[in-house]
Design a protein around this ligand. Structure first.
Ligand code: GDP
Length: 194
């Protein structure tokens, strides 16, 4: 159980407002349908919900989790479901983020392109110390793969990112993303990040 591996306590969104100085914002970016919500739900709740609802409007899922050192990590998803009128708001959303998980779907080259767009955005407007992880999700659908691991790995290396392929469905590598590549790097005492 991942909750024994460095994490305790799952909080509802409003339960930790008195720990503001130990909060760190973690954002997930990527095309609609790549599995951002499923990744968060798989990690935080240990579940996969195949009926996960289609995103309507901008950011809709926000979930907090307390780490062992009492840093409160707030997960947020930015997804405009293709509604470009929200695009101008995106920098407001990821500006204070300590970490960003940029997600694509290994069966969708368009989603890989969109991931590259988000990486550029973060490089231009994000926190200069932001921890960025590139995630190729739906790795269980490898028979339908249209983005090679090698291309993604090369792209990630060029951009100083860790690259991981995951499956929210089978839980493959989901813990790796957060517990190995993000949480240990989030410094406690980060202020004003949410
Ligand atoms: P979001 O719009 O990026 O938040 O995507 P969702 O989390 O809502 O997932 C979109 C669809 O992809 C849903 O139908 C999920 O069941 C499916 N999905 C998400 N992750 C995976 C995965 O790892 N493998 C497979 N096969 N399907 C997935």
């Amino acid at each position: 159980d991942r909750r024994t591996g460095g994490l305790n306590n799952i909080n509802n969104d409003n339960s930790a407002t008195d720990s503001k100085d130990l909060r760190a914002k973690l954002v997930l970016l990527g095309d609609s349908g790549v599995g951002k919500s499923c990744i968060v739900l798989r990690f935080v709740r240990g579940q996969f919900d195949p009926t996960s609802k289609v995103t309507v409007g901008a950011s809709f899922l926000s979930q907090t989790l307390a780490l062992e050192d009492s840093t409160i990590v707030k997960f947020e998803i930015w997804d405009t479901a293709g509604q470009e009128r929200y695009a101008a708001l995106a920098p407001l959303y990821y500006r204070g983020a300590a970490a960003a998980v940029v997600v694509y779907d290994i069966t969708s080259p368009e989603s890989f392109k969109k991931a590259q767009y988000w990486v550029k955005e973060l490089q231009k407007h994000g926190n200069p110390d932001i921890i960025m992880v590139l995630v190729g999700n739906k790795a269980d659908l490898h028979e339908n793969r249209h983005v090679s691991s090698q291309d993604a790995q090369e792209y990630a290396e060029k951009n100083n990112m860790v690259f991981i392929e995951t499956s929210a469905k089978t839980a493959d590598n989901i813990n790796q993303v957060f517990e190995v590549n993000i949480f240990p790097l989030i410094k406690t005492g980060v202020q004003g990040n949410c």
